[in-house]
Design a protein around this ligand. Structure first.
Ligand code: URA
Length: 208
């Protein structure tokens, strides 16, 4: 089944299971991920805010505008990447999502990642970073590539500050942009790694 059909099926499933989920009263409260299912990059935020909930699109409010502007500034059109959240319904008063809420939405996000199967996951803020990287501080690891084993697969994780944090000061905004400027270079590096792994296995094949 094409990736786009798999994603549509997953989103439908989530809507049908809405009564078992925290925060949501109806399927129309759900804010699905959006963008290109063929993207090499998946960006994961925290949870929808007011504007996201009204428009039913991730990252369209103030911090979303900064995120989208920053993507464009580094040569990435927002519609060519995949943008999603760990929790797909707005928590009241935009409070932090609870561990139970994160857990409840986890199967959908995991499936989303499995379907899209990106080269790199950019986490936005400490909640989505915490899904993959344990016992680290965002102030120490932002903008640094991490190679991890996750569900028996190798994943590349690039933790970033949340754009809402970047909105707090010019210095934070500059740091946010500087981290995003690394994405294309990192993707090239990952490709070169994959080529050398490929090369090694070709050599092994010829030797055998
Ligand atoms: N903040 C998030 O983490 N996600 C959104 O979709 C919007 C704001």
């Amino acid at each position: 089944m094409p990736k786009s059909s798999q994603i549509k099926k997953l989103q439908k499933e989530l809507e049908l299971e809405v009564s078992d989920l925290p925060l949501a009263k109806s399927a129309s409260d759900i804010v699905h991920g959006e963008g290109s299912v063929d993207s090499e990059i998946v960006l994961i935020g925290e949870a929808p805010g007011y504007h996201e909930s009204v428009q039913r699109r991730p990252f369209v409010g103030r911090s979303g505008q900064l995120l989208r502007k920053t993507l464009i500034a580094v040569g990435l059109q927002p519609e060519t990447v995949w943008i999603s959240n760990i929790v797909k319904v707005r928590p009241p008063e935009n409070r932090d999502p609870t561990p139970d809420e994160i857990l409840a939405f986890r199967p959908y996000l995991d499936k989303e990642i499995e379907i899209i199967s990106p080269k790199i996951i950019v986490t936005l803020g400490r909640f989505s970073m915490g899904k993959f990287l344990k016992d680290v501080r965002i102030s120490q690891v932002h903008g640094r590539l991490h190679k991890i084993k996750w569900q028996r697969k190798i994943l590349f994780i690039l933790p970033m500050y949340h754009p809402a944090a970047a909105l707090r000061s010019t210095k934070m905004k500059q740091s946010f942009l500087a981290d995003f400027e690394k994405i294309k270079k990192i993707l090239k590096w990952i490709d070169s790694q994959e080529e050398s792994i490929q090369l090694e296995s070709n050599i092994a094949d010829t030797l055998l």
